[in-house]
Design a protein around this ligand. Sequence first.
Ligand SMILES: [Zn+2]
Length: 78
Amino acid sequence: MKCDICGKNSAKVRRLTQPVGRDSSSFLVRNVPVVSCLSCGESYLTAETLKELERMRLHWRELTKQEKVPVATFVGAA
Ligand SMILES: [Zn+2]
């Protein structure tokens, strides 16, 4: 598909897990379509995806379920 950033036809959609919200109301959304471009290297969410994530954020109480996910904190240098 066409890249919104550089306009070349080398963008691909990948389904990734994205964090939404912050602090006590933050949660993870699986299968978020993230557009990555092979030409310019940008990764971005479309306006439509952002809108849907915003909707999910507003309704997070109904949409989320508790799952036990192992979490590790990265401690190395950048
Ligand atoms: Zn691009």
